[in-house]
Design a protein around this ligand. Structure first.
Ligand SMILES: C[S@@+](CC[C@H](N)C(=O)[O-])C[C@H]1O[C@@H](n2cnc3c(N)ncnc32)[C@H](O)[C@@H]1O
Length: 252
């Protein structure tokens, strides 16, 4: 990730660290889905070592440590605030850009939920993860696809994440190294009373790190009018999430 962007993404998530956990209902659901997919696909109950990227406030960390016995867990995040997640999980904390930090060698499990979309090249990142895994090791990762926040794209927002990929693209990147056990994606549409509530939701979940926009009275009124004109429904204005996921295992 470009260091300047990483800096902005980090500041944005650090700012929203306290509000994130409760506001990020969609991210909580996708973390839950990822763990359930692993279980349905026959993941072992025990992993000697595991490495999680972009742990944030721990939606995935908590589910992972309840579902599996993990001998030694290392978790990472750009935001130093996430050290509390590591302390609660009794895990080692690696602070910094997942692309830049040194990874512990040959983990048996690599996971990440709702983080890879912040990378410019999620495919290369997954290839590095596939390479790092121990033979027989598992990979379980979720991100977001090109339909993520399609409403914002339509009204000209620059806030969207740089690495929105379809699940098949993620699978194609690693299928030479790993056996793809399952991959998929879905659309989930939330409704908010007003476009300003959409902006509040984005701020509370820390996803506006790339939006450099400073709102003026005029630009906010223009955003509100365009968003309402295009996306008003009987239930309020819409905001689309497009979670994607992949579970794979390294061949022996
Ligand atoms: C949407 S949150 C997801 C948090 C958690 N995994 C969850 O499922 O709720 C994304 C997290 O990824 C972190 N992040 C973004 N880019 C990162 C990078 N390049 N390296 C490490 N962490 C990163 C952010 O700081 C943030 O905590």
């Amino acid at each position: 990730m470009n260091a300047h962007i990483a800096d902005r993404v980090q500041r944005s998530f650090s700012r929203s660290f306290r509000s994130y956990h409760d506001a990020a209902g969609q991210q909580a659901q996708i973390a839950d889905r990822l763990i359930r997919e692993m279980q349905v696909c026959g993941a072992p109950r025990c992993f000697a070592t595991a490495l999680e990227f972009g742990c944030g406030t721990g939606h995935l960390t908590n589910l992972m440590t309840s579902a599996f016995d993990i001998g030694h867990l290392t978790i990472n995040d750009l935001s130093p605030e996430a050290v509390v997640t590591a302390m609660a999980a009794n895990a080692d904390f690696l602070c910094g850009d997942a692309n830049v930090i040194e990874w512990p060698p040959q983990p048996n499990l690599i996971t990440s939920a709702s983080m890879i979309q912040w990378l410019y090249d999620p495919a290369t990142f997954l290839q590095r993860a596939a390479e790092a895994l121990t033979p027989g090791g598992w990979l379980a990762v979720s991100g977001f696809g090109p339909e993520q926040y399609r409403e914002l794209v339509k009204v000209g927002s620059t806030a969207s994440a740089p690495g929105l990929c379809r699940s098949e693209e993620l699978a194609a990147a690693i299928e030479d190294q790993l056996e793809i056990i399952t991959c998929g994606e879905t659309l989930s549409v939330l409704h908010f009373e007003t476009p300003r509530d959409v902006l509040k939701h984005l701020r509370r979940t820390g996803v506006n790190g790339r939006a450099q926009k400073v709102w003026t009275k005029t630009s906010l009124a223009d955003f509100t009018a365009r968003y309402t004109r295009n996306f008003k429904t009987e239930s309020g204005v819409s905001l689309t999430y497009n979670p994607t996921w992949i579970v794979a295992r390294k061949r022996y």
